[in-house]
Design a protein around this ligand. Structure first.
Ligand code: SF4
Length: 475
């Protein structure tokens, strides 16, 4: 998998999403339950807004001093006998990991859920190198077994599948013979995966936060697969985006609280682990530890007008409230990062050539901004993208013409008033029962999926009503 999960046109992808009623139901009910759980977990914490402010301040402080904390982290990891590698590009990151694995002549790799490893196309690189790679997060494992179906949510990657689809995948690919009960499916996957953990020579994990003053990483999971991936194989390689760092355990505690409550509505997830290079005398844990810190475009975002996007702690709460995500689903974004945060960071990491439509996949209702635990102004960042896309002349000539005409019309009350007078008679031929049903091509996209009311008669307009009121009151 790479950043891009689907090369088709955005309109094709969204048409697919809108037409997939199963997926829309699944996403809708997942959103509803996650939203409710998040709300009660946030309320239980006390003053949630103060926690959000603390989270924002921690992320901003860390980003402002990123060079200092990364250097401190590197020094502490090396002091403890671990290895740290700073990768400027995705190719550098995946080549380094492949080289470590080849040098060890390792073939069996287990991996826990990590978006950044998707971003650097690690699976592809390791499979090409002849490794047997197994995803150990249950959702990711289901997707891998389903011929690497792309994830559709950053926290719940298989959100778009139901138990029957999972039963079909397991039956076809793993000779599963039982029914579609979630407990039985999970127990079956667990048994298969246990064996994979025991056989693995290298374990690869992501990193929710690196703790600079400890030279350690923090993993937040519910299944325990991350801990087994890190602890059982002889070599542990952790991969992190370079911004995912905190100064000390105190800041980690605040962010873990915000993360668990925002992501899944839990006080804490089942496993919150801090780990790193093994110390002398440790009786368990890996013999070798590598941390790969991935830049891959993040330095360009740092200090730019999009700096706040780097505050993200990947909780997925913005996806769970987004009305656009609810209707088109995660795959329509064509990126491993879907939803509002995906629409902000995907164009930054992948460029406008492939992703200029994403910032427009938003109603700008700002529900994402309201819910974000670290106060990223997501809707404002989407507007910034839109402004840049317009400045760079990347919109179509018809759209530019329409916007120019709309700009003139809406900025002149006199012209707007005159146009309203003609709008009703002019729309008669295009309308039926008070709805516009046909017209020039430029409105097809709108009326194909939504109702568009016919403009009212001039004498029934708000302006006419207001003028009448003013006349009556003598203003
Ligand atoms: S932008 Fe905010 S709400 Fe969305 S995933 Fe990141 S931290 Fe969570």
């Amino acid at each position: 998998m790479s950043l891009q999960t689907d090369k088709r046109d955005f309109s094709e992808r969204t048409t697919d999403g809108l037409g997939d009623s199963f997926m829309r139901n699944a996403v809708g009910s997942a959103q509803d339950s996650l939203k409710t759980r998040r709300l009660s977990a946030a309320t239980a914490l006390g003053d949630w807004e103060q926690w959000r402010t603390a989270g924002q301040q921690i992320r901003q402080h860390t980003l402002q001093n990123l060079d200092y904390y990364l250097e401190q982290l590197a020094g502490n990891i090396e002091k403890k006998g671990g290895h740290i590698y700073f990768a400027a590009t995705k190719e550098e990151a995946s080549s380094y990991i492949r080289d470590v694995i080849v040098q060890k002549q390792a073939k069996k790799i287990v991996k826990s859920k990590s978006m950044v490893t998707e971003e650097i196309e690690l699976n592809h690189v390791l499979i090409e190198a002849g490794c047997e790679l197994i995803e150990t997060d249950l959702g990711e494992y289901i997707l891998q077994m389903d011929d690497w179906d792309p994830p559709s949510h950053i926290v719940a990657p298989a959100l778009h599948k139901d138990r029957r689809q999972i039963q079909r995948v397991f039956t076809e690919k793993l000779d599963y013979t039982d029914d579609e009960s979630p407990e039985k499916l999970a127990r079956f996957a667990r048994k298969v995966l246990r064996q994979k953990f025991l056989e693995a020579e290298v374990g690869i994990t992501g990193c929710n936060f690196a703790v600079a003053n400890l030279g350690a990483i923090n993993l937040v999971t519910n299944e325990g697969n991350g801990d087994l991936t890190a602890a059982i194989p002889k070599t542990h390689i952790a991969v992190m985006g370079m911004e995912r760092i905190v100064p000390t355990l105190a800041e980690m505690e605040v962010l873990d609280n915000l993360l668990c409550r925002s992501a899944v509505g839990q006080k804490l997830t089942s496993y919150i682990t801090v780990m790193g290079p093994s110390a002398a005398g440790d009786t368990d844990g890996p013999e070798e530890f590598h941390l790969v810190v991935v830049d891959n475009g993040r330095s360009d975002i740092l200090g730019s007008e999009f700096n706040e996007a780097l505050q993200c702690i990947r909780c997925g709460a913005c996806l769970n409230v987004c009305p656009v995500y609810r209707h088109i689903g995660g795959h329509a974004y064509g990126s491993i990062y879907p939803g509002p945060i995906g629409a902000v960071i995907t164009p930054l990491l992948g460029g406008y050539d492939d992703y200029k439509e994403l910032p427009f996949a938003s109603s700008l209702c700002a529900a994402c901004t309201d819910v974000c635990p670290v106060r990223i102004p997501l809707h404002e960042q989407l507007i910034l993208h839109r402004q840049n896309i317009v400045k760079e002349n990347r919109t179509g000539s018809m759209e530019r013409f329409q916007m120019k005409a709309a700009g003139r019309l809406l900025s002149s009350p006199a012209l707007f008033g005159k146009t309203l007078r003609f709008a009703h008679p002019a729309s008669r031929l295009m309308s039926r029962h008070g709805r516009i049903v046909r017209g020039p091509e430029l409105i097809h996209g709108w009326i194909g999926a939504r109702d568009l009311s016919q403009p009212v008669k001039q004498q029934d307009s708000f302006r006419a009503w207001l003028d009448k009121r003013k006349g009556e009151s003598g203003q």
